[in-house]
Design a protein around this ligand. Sequence first.
Ligand code: BG6
Length: 493
Amino acid sequence: MSSRIIPVQPFDYVVFGATGDLTKRKLIPALYHRFMDGQFDEQSRIIGVSRSDLSDAEFQDLACDAVTQFVDKDYQDKATIDRFVSIFSYIVNDVLNEEGWGDLGQALRDDANIVRAFYLAVAPDLFAPIAQYLSKQGYYRRDARVVIEKPLGHDLLSSMQINDGVAEIFEEDQVYRIDHYLGKETVQNLLALRFANTLFEPIWNSAHIDHVQLTVAESVGAGTRGYYDESGALRDMIQNHMLQLLCLVAMEPPASDDANALRDEKLKVLRALKPIANSDVTKMTVRGQYKGVKSETTSVAGYQEELPEDKKGSRTETFVALKAEIGNWRWSGVPFYMRTGKRMANRVSEICIQFKPIPHSIFDHAEGAPRANKLIIRLQPDEGVKLMMMIKDPGPGGMRLREVPLNLSFAQTFTERTPEAYERLLLDVIRGNQTLFMRRDELEAAWMWVDPIREAWDRSSEPPQPYTAGTWGPSGAIALIERDGRTWYEDEV
Ligand code: BG6
């Protein structure tokens, strides 16, 4: 079975920051795939805007390089690439300088049937000035869309300032705040799993679920990324991606798939998160920073060694583990343990729903008690869903029980390529579908919960706990969950 390709309306996609890393690594490859699949054609245009002095032809070369470098070889087709890059044009414009703005007017088509979208792949302090210029130059339309992405502030106040700046020109229904996790197929699949099956919803609550674990572990380091040291794992991963995952696991079923119906439910979860009081921060959160390893076979630099001279001694966390609690009827007493870090043992993102043990066992426990069921949703890599169940170990003799997975592997079940998050998100902007984008109130509720943790860390004299690169984080993270008589899930089967 193959997915349906529904073409979108022709568009003018204006990309500010057109020569940057995000454009090359993510946006151009994603648009190429959608073009290749016939979701749009040469009636659409991609207009790059940046300070670099490039011609249209040079920008088309850049687009071509981006495809050859970042699209899997199996999907590179010379004729398609030529057609694709033919829709690229380029405007040299220092966005803070009035002069270059006139040229954009020449490139934009004045046709109400052509969707107009502005992608701001630039630093957030430029969002407001760009919005102002767009309006002043007459490029703003009430049906135009603006796409922005993190870092959307470094705390509640700065995030409100960014949003206020954009809101001076664009209405909330025109603003598309990207959290690329929401565009991941497996993350969207959480919605299908919960709301397209009757099996899980009746037991999706504190009566049946003991606790939930969310892990986003990465094997890459972070010290050479300039932005990271200003951010740290709490802002970079927890405030956005991981809280969004938590919302999708914990929210009530929305009444429909309408964007606001879904976002209303996510917002309720964020608002129901119990604030972690200053006095509880040490007990409920752990922050870590990786240190290097040197052995005969490996040599991995620690975070400090990767940092430039003027940043040495930084106390930025590259790992966070914490225990969140949701104060509502459904989740009362069910902890949500989250952990994320750089330079961890493996690259793996998964959600583990740990059910409660059976209330009464009829089996002989000499060979071990039945283990409680677990539902494991693997977001990446090896996407899939596993339900850990107890079965009878085959063979005569006693009744021995064994835990085995009911295993749905996406790679084995589907033959199609799994689209990248940006493919879905970029075209949802054209379709005018905000479901997978964060609304302003969600973003602010997330900052509101995260800020006190950050502030308590800043006040503390304790540095982040060191952990060795290539491990599962500092020992404090293990202690955090083991204090509650639980352990982190690690794939055993
Ligand atoms: C980004 C973070 O938002 O997400 C990065 O800034 C992180 O630090 C990345 O590496 C993870 O995304 P993915 O899609 O590779 O899991």
